[in-house]
Write a protein that binds this ligand. Structure first.
Ligand code: NAD
Ligand code: TYD
Length: 356
């Protein structure tokens, strides 16, 4: 039995589905179901007794303590977070609450649970914290990729809150001996990605005949990793990672945003051509840049390869094709996500002359 937080979100849901698809032990899935939590992602597990879903906040100490006592997990994997940079710029409070205070509270609940475990279980227990490359800040064009010893230089409210959570995790190991592991991963893409993030937003907008918004000059660089590869890296770190260590996870796929958008357009031109014969690239629209927009992220993933033998299975070409295919095959998922809070958010972010 393991306990996963944030398992109704994009990466967490992929992780839970992959985990239960490849092994026999159960998962307690604790998720607050914010706008980003979508229980429909887990619909295929409806009749699977190995998946126990609990709607709760990681900041609810009593609820987490109760779940730990009841289920006695051998590990906790902490995905739960507010994750969207643009939202953190409009309203940072939730990011501090979940990413900082929430991480602190779950660390405390886990520490109390872990301290009382009998020796063999105590020895084997792990708390794996899922973090991001954004904690390292922005790279100059020719600078070497982020290694694990790179300075923390977060620039957005999101990355600052994740950096704070990483520091808490580190301190709970050094001070209390809690057996922690931390992964810092680059940008993910793949199935169940909420369409406020670049790649799913472009696919969904393209198919709806809407503009494809590119912030600034579109030459910001991200290092893209297929979500299934991120999940396999987390499984590997959980299984063999050295306690107290951090592992950077990336796909060796540095791409400028404009190139990503053009690639998605070309795949859609091939797989679902526009009825007027034009390319989806005609829908590209340059919009106002994100304030404080980090120019470049890149991950040096040599440590996890050298020490744990992990490497991504997908190339960018194979992963992005699978992803576009998935969105074309799941129009109902997209339609359901596009109701309610999601629509309100899109209007707030992209409304013309919006002041923030
Ligand atoms: P997401 O926004 O899709 O999902 C987050 C999930 O956490 C949602 O299901 C939400 O309901 C839940 N949640 C939010 N606040 C909660 C709380 N207080 N208590 C319990 N559950 C709560 O995010 P994601 O893209 O799946 O990211 C998962 C983790 O991976 C995050 O910690 C993120 O920082 C990290 N990460 C993401 C990426 C990426 O490219 N998406 C890259 C590197 C690291
Ligand atoms: P995003 O998916 O929000 O991830 P992150 O900010 O965590 O890297 O954005 C990826 C890149 O795409 C980032 O440089 C911002 C840019 N972007 C756009 O150009 N247009 C958009 O509509 C969005 C959502 C992002």
């Amino acid at each position: 039995m393991i306990l996963v937080t944030g398992g109704a979100g994009f990466i967490g849901a992929n992780f839970v589905l992959d985990w239960l698809g490849s092994r026999d032990d159960s998962v307690v899935n604790v998720d607050k179901l914010t706008y980003a939590g979508n229980i429909e992602n887990l619909a295929s597990l409806k009749n699977d007794a190995r998946h126990i879903f609990v709607q709760a906040d990681i900041g609810d100490s009593q609820a987490i303590a109760r779940l730990l006592a009841e289920h006695q997990p051998r590990a906790v994997v902490n995905f739960a977070a507010e994750s969207h940079v643009d939202r953190s710029i409009h309203g940072p409070e939730d990011f501090i609450q979940t990413n900082v205070v929430g991480t602190f509270r779950i660390l405390e609940a886990v520490r109390h649970y872990w301290s009382a475990l009998p020796a063999p279980e105590k020895e084997a227990f792990r708390f794996l914290h899922v973090s991001t490359d954004e904690v390292y800040g922005s790279l100059e064009p020719q600078a070497p990729a982020f290694a694990e010893d790179h300075n923390y230089e977060p620039n957005s409210p999101y990355s600052a809150s994740k950096a704070a959570s990483d520091h808490l995790v580190r301190a709970w190991h050094h001070t209390y001996g809690l057996p922690v592991l931390t992964t810092n991963c680059s940008n993910n893409y793949g199935p169940y990605h909420f369409p406020e993030k670049l790649i799913p937003l472009i696919i969904v907008n393209a198919l709806a005949g809407k503009p494809l918004p590119i912030y600034g000059d579109g030459m910001q660089v991200r290092d893209w990793l297929y979500v299934g590869d991120h999940c396999s890296a987390i499984r590997r770190v959980l299984e063999a990672g050295k306690v107290g260590e951090t592992y950077n996870v990336g796909g060796w796929n540095e791409k400028a945003n404009l190139d990503i958008v053009k690639t998605v357009c070309a795949l859609l031109d091939e797989m679902r051509p526009r009825t007027d014969g034009q390319s989806y690239a005609h829908q590209i629209a340059f919009v106002q840049d994100r304030p404080g927009h980090d120019r470049r992220y890149a991950i040096d993933a040599r440590k996890i390869e050298r020490e744990l033998g992990w490497r991504p299975a997908e190339t960018f070409e194979s992963g992005i094709r699978k992803t576009v295919q998935w969105y074309l095959e799941h129009p109902q998922w997209v339609a359901n996500v596009q109701s309610g809070a999601y629509r309100d958010w899109l209007q707030k972010q992209y409304a013309p002359q919006e002041g923030a």
